[in-house]
Structures are given as C-alpha cells and as structure tokens.
Design a protein. Structure first.
Length: 126
C-alpha cells in the first residue's frame, strides 16, 4: 500500500491539471519557497491510524492528507480558482476520498499569492 500522500499525488498526476505546475510531497524545497511564478501543490500526511477495529485487532487504515495550493501571483484573468478546486474535490470524491474540510482562501500580504487548503481522508482495508 502506498503512503497516503503518494496515493493523492498519483491521483493528481493522473488528472493532468494544467493549472498546477508542481506537486511536492511533505515539504517544498528551500530553493522553491519564494517562487511566486508557479502554482504549487503541497501534500502532507495528516493521519495514518488503525481503522475497521474488530476482534482485538484492526483491518484497515484511516488515511488523511492535507492539500495546500499556492497559486502563482499573476493568475490569468480567465482562470477561476474556485471552479478548479470544485473539480479537484469532485475527482477526490470519485476516487474514494472524503472531503473533510475546505478552508477559506487566504492572500499572503508579502507575495500576493492566494492559497487554499483542503483536507481529505479515506479508510482502506489492509
């Protein structure tokens, strides 16, 4: 079984999202921290705990992933982040992930980047 962030990364890769330039697992490399010219997605594990408890054991894992999106500073006028995020969340749902939370958009005062955080979870039998 792949790590939860690897599962979400594979799903995102399969969607061929033209609006995402880079996907990072666990951390953004230091040399890309100040990048405001690309839309970056950061995937971090939030849960990997026993699930489907029965007969003094567990038969699955509850997996959670935090999906952070850092939009490039100069988005195209015809690009609608909300529509892109809704399509992304529908793709997560279709792949068996539950949307636990979709946080509000924030704007970084220094870089003027819009950010978005979505939390997804899925229980999987082992």
């Amino acid at each position: 079984m792949l790590l939860p962030v690897s599962q979400v990364s594979s799903l995102v890769d399969s969607l061929n999202l033209t609006w995402v330039d880079k996907v990072y697992l666990n951390a953004i490399p230091n040399d890309d921290l100040d990048n405001t010219t690309s839309t970056v997605m950061l995937l971090q594990e939030t849960d990997s705990s026993p699930a489907y408890l029965a007969n003094n054991t567990f038969k699955g894992l509850a997996m959670g992933v935090e999906v952070q999106i850092f939009y490039k500073a100069d988005l195209a006028d015809d690009f609608n982040p909300l529509e892109a995020e809704i399509a992304l969340m529908k793709s997560f749902k279709a792949a068996g992930w539950l949307i636990v939370s979709s946080q509000h958009h924030t704007t970084d005062p220094d870089t003027n980047q819009v950010t978005k955080t979505i939390y997804v979870t899925k229980n999987e039998m082992i």
